[in-house]
Design a protein around this ligand. Structure first.
Ligand code: TUI
Length: 297
């Protein structure tokens, strides 16, 4: 969650019993180091850094997490294989996001501690498979623990993920509306107002599909993406690197911002503290799992 998952949100999640993650996104190493230091000041619990592998700074951020003694690294939008040796040597727990069994096996061979199997219901960069189909196949493909992501927003999603063989879940969209999440209020309001069919995937033509809320930005981008008279270069100039994520998260710009969110946005109806979200999720899942035995004869 580039521009969104900062030290404040990550520390709040870790303090509430989760594992908070700072999103490096396309940020400079200096900026990421600043967030890591702020998080250390705000929690004595472990937290992690997500390295977006398409970032121009990925290699530098990969070194920074070692230098700063970050305990957990997650990765997204690519293969982290070339960094894994240095991270595991430094004792970092590495949990790559994977979107296929092949990639899960590859990162396991490179020394991954666990993997996050993320279905295409998620916000941001997406793979092809759904969480329902991906998670059990990844569970069967690797020996390391599997966490599920994509389309999980409450205790029902957590319980379902556990039934698919996951040992835990990663949530993004649900935390967009956390009180401790510093994203612009317009972003929160759009998530709270979203229904089940309010997200769309852009970027397929350029090989970088990403899911966002339907906005003027996605409408314009899709029009151009479907118009073969528009060159790839022109399309790229419109794309996310051009600042659309920042305009959504920081400026709340409804016209030109890109509001990444997952399909579960339609389920999210209130702003709560991180602690309320995590406790609610856990107790709902626990209740459901207890009741589940009634389905057995
Ligand atoms: O990375 C994410 N979510 C993101 S990254 C991002 S910035 C961006 N925006 C638009 C286009 C491209 C980047 C916004 N949101 N989630 C983790 C994730 N990783 N989801 C799917 C994957 C993934 C997909 C394919 C990981 C690896 C992979 O292939 C591995 C290989 O072999 O290359």
């Amino acid at each position: 969650m580039a521009w969104i998952a900062d030290a404040g949100l990550a520390a709040a999640v870790s303090n509430a019993g989760g594992l908070g993650i700072i999103a490096a996104g396309n940020a400079s190493p200096e900026r990421v180091a600043g967030e890591v230091r702020k998080a250390k000041a705000q929690t004595d619990k472990p937290f992690g850094v997500n390295i977006m592998l398409m970032s121009p700074y990925a290699a530098e951020v990969a070194e920074l997490v070692v230098a700063e003694g970050v305990e957990v690294v997650t990765t997204g939008a690519g293969s982290p294989a070339k960094y894994m040796g240095a991270w595991t040597e430094a004792g970092i727990k590495v949990i790559p996001v994977v979107a296929s069994t092949g990639h899960a096996k590859l990162v396991q061979r490179s020394g991954a501690t666990a993997v996050i199997a993320e279905g295409g219901e998620s916000g941001g960069h997406v793979g092809e498979l759904t969480t329902m189909a991906l998670v059990p196949q990844v569970v069967d493909a690797v020996d390391v623990p599997v966490l599920a992501a994509g389309g999980i927003g409450d205790g029902r999603g957590l319980a379902a993920a556990l039934m698919l063989g996951a040992v835990g879940v990663q949530l993004g969209t649900r935390f967009l509306v956390a009180k401790e999440c510093g994203v612009h209020q317009n972003y929160k309001d759009r998530v709270l107002a979203a229904n089940d069919i309010d997200t769309v995937v852009t970027g397929k033509r350029r090989g970088h599909p990403a899911r966002s809320l339907k906005t003027p930005f996605t409408r314009r981008y899709l029009e151009k993406e479907n118009d073969l008279a528009i060159s790839d270069a022109e399309l790229d100039a419109l794309a996310l690197g051009a600042g659309a994520l920042r305009r959504a998260a920081v400026d709340g710009d409804i016209e030109t911002g890109c509001f990444m969110a997952g399909q579960i946005a339609g389920l999210i109806k209130k702003e709560q503290t991180v602690q309320e979200i995590i406790e609610g999720l856990m107790s709902e899942a626990e209740g459901l799992l207890r009741e589940a035995s009634e389905w057995l004869s």
